[in-house]
Design a protein around this ligand. Structure first.
Ligand code: 13P
Length: 278
């Protein structure tokens, strides 16, 4: 089933679990993700960043994910992660994505609000879901390296003004692996959850200890993004397979990558508590 992400994220928001959002870079990652979700009966959001889209284009990701979604009875959404412009949002929607993020987090509150509001109105005729972000999540993704925590007063204004469907709050996570333990601000998350009723998204889901991720879900996170761990495990599996220098067929090293992705997705599904929720 191919359905907008908010349908499942809203259920998770009400039900106290989270929908896993897995970043895919290629065919085998999509296959590994879907195999895991089918086996665990979990809803899933498959997402691509702007940098991924230079390799795996919106029309390619959409052709693949939508077709595979139609062949399965678990709910699948295709999401633009960290959408960097309204043009890219329009392109993704025109190509059939049913969920988009517009990332105006590097802008002032006023400009981010205007941009996100515009994305919400662009997405409306498509019936697509929109995610916005306020505050910055550190790390190597499209934005800054510095974490600036979401201000709860601003979050309330932003949610009301934009009508955004999902909200990425900056609570101390970073994209990529952590040096040492992440310093998550659980009190801030609790306050944001109490003050706005928009489902909350955890970015930077790789490398956070399981008990911390569980706590964020208990405190109201309804979508958990995981990218780096999938990329890392897929690459590790390819490297390992290619130690056999006789290999000259991509199936022989991409197959193990797909299996590695599947295994990590199963772990993350159990962490999100989304098993059996399809
Ligand atoms: P990680 O790469 O840390 O898993 O972050 C994923 C993410 O938040 C994508 O938006």
């Amino acid at each position: 089933m191919y359905i907008p992400s908010i349908v499942n994220v809203e259920k998770a928001h009400m039900g106290g679990y989270a929908v896993p959002a897995f970043n895919a870079e290629d065919l085998e990652m999509v296959q590994g993700i879907l195999e895991a979700c089918e086996e665990m009966r979990s809803p899933v959001i498959i997402q691509t960043t702007p940098s991924t889209l230079k390799h795996f284009h919106t029309y390619e990701a959409s052709a693949l994910v939508r077709k595979l979604a139609e062949r399965t009875d678990i709910p699948v959404s295709l999401h633009l992660d960290h959408g960097s412009s309204l043009d890219l949002v329009r392109e993704a929607l025109d190509e059939g994505y049913n969920s988009v993020m517009i990332d105006g987090s590097a802008l002032s509150l006023r400009d981010n609000t205007a941009l996100t509001k515009e994305a919400v109105s662009i997405a409306a005729p498509y019936g697509a879901t929109v995610e916005g972000e306020l505050g910055t999540i550190g790390g190597k993704e499209e934005t800054s390296n510095v974490i600036s925590y979401t201000d709860p007063d601003e979050a309330v204004l932003f949610a009301e003004e934009t009508g955004v469907h999902m909200f990425a709050a900056a609570i101390g996570t970073v994209h990529g692996f952590y040096k040492g333990l992440p310093k998550l601000n659980f009190d801030l998350l609790k306050e944001i959850r109490e003050r706005i009723d928009v489902p909350l998204v955890l970015h930077g889901g790789s490398g956070i200890p399981d008990d911390m991720v569980k706590k964020t879900i208990e405190l109201g996170i309804a979508k958990v993004n995981v990218a780096t761990e999938l990329r890392f495990e897929a690459t590790k599996a390819v490297r390992e397979a290619l130690k056999d220098e006789k290999i000259m067929d991509p199936k022989k090293f991409m197959g193990p990558a797909r299996k590695a992705v599947k295994e990590i997705c199963i772990r993350k599904i159990l962490l999100c508590g989304s098993e059996g929720k399809a």
